[in-house]
Write a protein that binds this ligand. Structure first.
Ligand code: ATP
Length: 452
């Protein structure tokens, strides 16, 4: 078995309907991708698995889905307006722009010229206007991370869900960064999704919680099918961590282009709640915050025993959905050499992530009896609600199996002439390629138990 290179993955994604270049018919837009029929299922399954782990399996986490357009003051007090920048270098000859920290020499990677400008800060946030008048007072940002809306809703959630420390707020949603050099397929893009948990803890317990969340997140990626030797933890050095963080550990994954960040777990201290809060002077805030004259709300929690107001520390596991999809596809992709010397490409996805859980294949597509039996069986299996069940009518049986191996469908069920006589079908296992003949009445239980 061999792991793929990036070209092979990109080609599979396009060929089988996982991921397409956005705006391709007009030449495409760099750093933007669209998820096709298989991609959207895989992405949704990954997000659902994260939500089940972070929200449903716990008693101390609540969910949120906040707006993407963000009040400029939120991103001023969060520090993003001032610090969310990358150093940028322009080539005076070919006029291309590059991130200074991505240049390996003092030459332009495009034309080789040495006539480059000094690095200048470039803000990564996208701006737009809200309302009918386009002026400097009506602008809003497309959020560069989902986290800020969680901090701004801290009191709303506390008031409605009566929480005590420690507790968390989870959110999955789009984030936007005007990356100077988007690259490596969906690894670094300009529009992406994040799965973020802000876990609020008592100051002083933050380091223990940070360690715990790092361990949990490393384990979770493995439970999604990623081999342990593909992951590494990286303690981000103090001079590289974000402005809000006291300590950050990255979960690194061996992507086809190298070992890079899949998820970051930061100890954001009391920086964000402290920055967005009213009455900063009356509270004990450890982080260096900007004096806030605009916030209307105190983002703190009262200790039930001492009645003292505490600004909690926050631990933030922040994962990228798109990088997650890329890592999972990369780990699942195998080219196997079969006994007869031929090869097959197979995505060995965990069943809960597979875009299609079962494909029902009619052996003859021009035979009314077989077609209507297959169609009825698909509808019956779909009602079991374990995910998408598809009627596969696009080719002969061999081609159908190959196609479903490539999109990671765990089971193919074939309806043939014998089915019409004795109500039996064949069920083929993606990984072993073994085939069993089973009665339709037993199929639901069998699939359910194997998919679980
Ligand atoms: P990097 O150093 O790679 O730019 P980051 O440290 O800025 O990433 P965070 O701000 O910690 O990233 O964001 C949390 C997660 O969001 C990252 O671990 C990553 O999975 C995802 N992410 C961030 N930027 C991008 C991007 N441009 N494209 C795709 N995913 C991204």
């Amino acid at each position: 078995m061999t792991a793929p290179n990036m070209e092979e993955l990109v080609s599979l994604c396009k060929r089988r309907g996982f991921i397409f270049q956005s705006g391709e018919i007009y030449g495409g837009v760099r750093g933007l991708y669209d998820f096709g029929p298989m991609g959207v299922e895989l992405k949704n399954n990954l997000k659902q698995a994260w939500w089940a782990e972070m929200v449903y399996s716990r008693d101390d986490v609540e969910g949120l889905d906040a707006s993407i357009l963000t009040h400029p003051q939120a991103l001023y007090y969060s520090g993003h307006e001032d610090t969310f920048t990358d150093p940028l270098v322009d080539c005076r000859k070919c006029k291309r722009r590059f991130r200074a920290d991505h240049l390996s020499s003092a030459k332009c990677p495009n034309c080789g010229s040495e006539d480059l400008t000094d690095p200048r800060p470039f803000n990564l946030m996208f701006k737009t206007n809200v309302g009918p008048v386009e002026d400097e007072d009506s602008f809003a940002y497309l959020r560069p991370e989902t986290a800020q809306a969680i901090f701004m809703n801290f009191k709303n959630i506390l008031d409605t869900r009566s929480k005590s420390l420690p507790f968390g707020i989870a959110q999955i949603g789009k984030a936007f960064r005007n990356e100077i050099t988007p690259r490596n397929f969906i690894f670094r893009v300009r529009e992406f999704e994040q799965m973020e948990l802000e876990f609020f803890v008592e100051p002083g317990t933050d380091e223990d919680w940070h360690r715990l969340w790092v361990d949990k997140r490393m384990e979770w990626w493995q439970s999604q099918g990623i081999a342990p030797n593909q992951l590494e933890r990286y303690d981000v050095p103090a001079d590289e961590i974000a402005h809000y963080s006291k300590a950050t550990v990255d979960v690194m994954y061996r992507f086809p282009h190298g070992l890079e960040e899949l998820e970051g777990i930061a100890n954001r201290t009391d920086f964000d709640l402290g920055s967005h809060t009213k009455q900063q002077d009356t509270l004990e805030i450890n982080a260096k915050v900007i004096q806030n004259e605009h916030s209307t709300t105190k983002l703190a929690i009262q200790d039930q025993n001492t009645k003292k107001w505490i600004v909690p520390y926050v631990i933030e596991p922040s994962a990228g959905v798109d990088r997650g999809v890329l890592a999972i596809l990369n780990d699942a992709y195998q080219i196997e050499t079969l006994d007869n010397g031929k090869t097959r490409t197979v995505l060995s996805l965990k069943p809960h992530l597979a875009p299609i859980k079962t494909a029902v294949i009619p052996l003859k597509q021009n035979h009314d009896g077989i077609m209507s039996k297959a169609s009825a069986l698909r509808r019956q299996l779909q009602k079991l609600k374990f995910g998408r069940v598809l009627l596969e009518t696009s080719g002969n049986i061999g081609k159908s199996y190959r196609k479903h191996d490539e999109v990671g469908t765990p089971f193919c069920v074939t309806v043939d002439f014998q089915t019409l006589d004795d109500e039996t079908v064949t069920i083929r296992d993606r990984d072993t390629m073994g085939q069993d003949r089973v009665n339709i009445s037993k199929l639901a239980d069998l699939l359910q138990s194997r998919l679980d």
